[in-house]
Design a protein around this ligand. Structure first.
Ligand code: TTP
Ligand code: MG
Length: 269
């Protein structure tokens, strides 16, 4: 309608400026937000070379420097087949630490995407033999570095022995594959279902199912479905409630009255 009525589209004009293109370029660096990108624009920076040259002055963080170094690789999406090979290698190494570790490849891969933005991995372990995965993620990270599958850490979990940890890093297929973002989420075994829902996404599906849970008087996050929540008259939570389902995706769907959706069906059309 805007094009018919005015003969133009303001959005396209706004995007057809050097300022817009430069800010987009900068915001493509890992850990650089729109605000920071614009700040650099105002300081007169125009290219990635400018960012590199003035990195001390603009106080480029360690992670931003890594993002800049691997800019082109990290901009690219990963072919499904390559994600699969990387995951299989990681799984194989995890099995050498403990044969009972369970690893899943998550995110867009689990939804069946042909290319993925990063490799999302869920790590957990059935504790029924009396052992847990405590400490195992840190061991795995060390091993992956040794084998050349990981090259840079972006965020390493602080608490080594917690069952709930998040690792973010960069790796590749050794010896010279492209640099890829790799995330590993460790979670307690009994939260597997809720974590599977969260880490499968997509983000819109997560927002919708969380909203539905909210409307039905529950609360859903990556740990579980919570009941017994008391809210004030502005619908703010007064109590956290208790987890009433978390072990399987199915039981959470059932309580919410959502018909089963395969991961492939949980994405925007
Ligand atoms: P991402 O890896 O960011 O997304 P993705 O795997 O769906 O897509 P991509 O191919 O670009 O990597 O996050 C993994 C899952 O985590 C995502 O599917 C759903 C969940 N998530 C949210 O629910 N909200 C968010 O804001 C983000 C970033 C992720
Ligand atoms: Mg992903």
């Amino acid at each position: 309608m805007e094009i018919i009525e005015t003969g133009q589209l303001q959005r396209i004009q706004a995007e057809d400026t050097e300022e817009y293109r430069v800010c987009r370029l900068f915001a493509g660096i890992y850990d650089v937000g729109r605000k920071r990108a614009h700040e650099w624009w105002r300081m007169g920076l125009r290219t990635l070379e400018d960012v590199e040259k003035r990195k001390d002055e603009i106080k480029l963080t360690r992670n931003q420097a890594i993002g800049l170094k691997y800019y082109d690789d990290l901009q690219e999406r990963i072919p499904r087949a390559e994600a699969s090979v990387i995951f299989d290698k990681i799984k194989e190494l995890a099995m050498t630490i403990d044969g009972n570790i369970t690893l899943y490849i998550m995110g867009s891969y689990r939804r069946g995407a042909e290319t993925v933005g990063d490799i999302d991995i869920l790590l957990t372990r059935d504790p029924s033999d009396g052992r847990t995965h405590s400490g195992m993620l840190n061991k795995l990270i060390r091993l992956l570095h040794e084998k050349g599958l990981l090259t840079n850490d972006l965020a390493v979990p602080a608490d080594t022995h917690s069952l709930e940890q998040k690792y973010m890093g960069i790796g590749r297929l050794p010896p010279d594959g492209k640099m890829r973002r790799i995330d590993v989420l460790a979670i307690p075994w009994d939260q597997k279902g809720a974590a599977l829902i969260y880490f499968t996404g997509d983000d819109l599906f997560n927002r919708s199912i969380r909203l539905l849970a909210h409307k039905k008087g529950y609360s859903l996050n990556q740990r579980g479905l919570y009941g017994g929540i008391i809210r004030d008259n502005k619908r703010r939570k007064m109590t956290e409630g208790v987890i009433i389902a978390s072990k399987t995706e199915k039981e959470i769907f059932d309580i919410l009255g959502v018909p089963w959706r395969e991961p492939e069906e949980r994405r925007r059309l």
